[in-house]
Design a protein around this ligand. Sequence first.
Ligand code: GDP
Length: 700
Amino acid sequence: MADKKAFPLEKVRNFGIMAHIDGGKTTTSERILYYSGKNYKIGEVHDGAATMDFMVQEQERGITIQSAATCVQWGAYRLSLIDTPGHVDFTAEVERSLRVLDGAVALYCAVGGVQPQSEQVWRQSEKYKVPKIAFVNKMDRIGANFYSVMDQMKNQLGANPVPVVLPIGAGETFDGIIDLIKMKAIRYDMKSLGKNMTEEEIPADMVEKAKEYRQKMVESAAEQDDALMEKFFAGEELTVDEIKGALRKGCMARTITPAFCGSAFKDKGVQQLLDGVCDYLPSPIDAGAAVSADDPSQKREPSDNEPFCGLAFKIMSDKAMGKITFVRVYSGTLKLGGELLDSTINQEQRISRLFRMHANKQEALEEAHAGDIVACVGLTQTRTGDTLCDPEHPITLESIDFPAPVISVAVKPQSRQDNEKLGAALHALAMEDPTFVVTFDQETSETIIAGMGELYLEVIVDRLKREFNVACDVGAPQVAYRETITTSVENEYKHVKQSGGRGQYAHVCLKLEPQEPGKGFEFVNEIKGGVIPTEYIPAVEKGVRKALESGPLAGFPVVDVKATVYFGSYHEVDSNEFAFVTCAMQCFKQGFLKAKPQLLEPMMDVEVAVPETYMGAANGSINQRRGRVEGMEDRAGVKLIKATVPLGEMFGYSNAIRTVTQGRGTFTMIFKQYEAVPKNIAQEVIEKRIKEGKVRASAD
Ligand code: GDP
């Protein structure tokens, strides 16, 4: 039952499929499970029977939200397929899976091509330096065009796709693929759902094209290696191993993207894609050592001989087992029951059960090895992004980079019982996902949940109901504004209270300075000669940090400010921690209002796709919403308008764009950056907040 011996690491592939919604990722994943023999019955997505999509909402919405890791065997290889979501609202899910996979398949629809959201995911994967191969799916659809997707990859992604197969036919005539390495046509036996294949001669009308593309492929391979380049120019044939080896090298250096095609739905091309995963994507050895976040000289090589270290990248709650934590093991051996340290929170943890997950069953393990992706039970405190390691050899890996939430809603439990369960349920959900933030608004007694998008919050509310049995009423979505300052000020504040016996005394001088956007908050202590005793400095910082939570302007979080405490005084008897916390908080608030404060709003990258006749209407709809049109492109027969628009103006846009384009227009949006809100609008927002009791008219 348990794996005593490590699987040869060079034969392990940890990979994910990155795709736009509806590109066919779920169908392709299903076929992978089918061909690799773990899953005998193919469940079609539209039946809602897909094995990877555990969660009910996903099946209903037809989108994949969760990142499950599924293990399959392909020839001599062990593949772990890490599920990545297609919807950009779930950026955190994408980021976390990209962080732990070694390579990825970029999947595109042969008709839709490279869509706006695929660009976003591509960029994210480049950030993590993830090598990729491409799969152009849905070759059976009318209008399918492999070559045009290759061009889009070049033009829109700046990629260098190198076809290693070509489609035979397209749309209804799509009938197999040409393997450019073997120079054979591959056809599929439909009775075995494409499992059985035959190799045939290339059809006469495709011989020229196949030669042309093979030449291009060989040239790209030769470019990766000087010795091969010489051989190539000398007119010698490169061997299969040489071509594959060089393409693999290029793929891992991310100078080329080997490209495949097929139709998952019609059972063609997926097996060649799987061979491609083995041939071109990196093994954990190629992916290299895991590096400490604090000290880059501290490393853990991908080997069982190193001390254990791993990253918790996904937490799920399971009815039977409770909290399941998915861990990518980078080095050493993770043992059932053995002691381990969560070095991010500095707490010892213990694993009570350990599994390798297959799509529909769990394989119990006693230990996991370098390169493994496993599910653990018993890690009660561990959060997503935490490092787990050998307590004798601590190391903390870089945590996963999560964006701040841009949108929030108030949730109100429907009954007392719901109210009692709400806290625990939200806590569990927040453990799973660091981009999901829960706050309690003291002023209005409301629970506020915030995340990366409207759809995301809908899913959370849905899960509250289904998984935790908590029914909630949900308020209108609110924009997550921020507050900051635009000039530097120095401010002095004295907190003095004399009430009968012992009084309170604190005196703080703060310098507040604006920081570059995105730099966050910084606290600096420049107190000299102990005018504020060292023991009270943490209280000053605490007071300032408290003030950041609810900005003086409109009660929104304060960002990008540097606060330096440079002077003050204390009283032998009356000074205490509380007095300094209160004083620093007031000092900050007062200073903040003097430093030309500004409200910031999330700006979204919006792409609107419309037929040409509706261009005017679509442009108008952007301008009306305080949007800036940044550019215009032709794409797949429609006009694509690229614009930057405040999130606050985008609520209800899907209806609006449908109305002005008679149902023909569609749009996507993703968070871009925070920008200053125009004065008149800021004033409206502030007044509304004052009316709602979320901020006092002016801080004293
Ligand atoms: P996902 O959102 O990327 O997971 O995509 P799905 O696998 O759910 O597929 C979306 C839709 O496209 C479903 O209706 C599938 O049946 C269909 N689909 C998937 N692959 C193909 C394909 O190769 N050809 C055609 N014609 N349809 C496909």
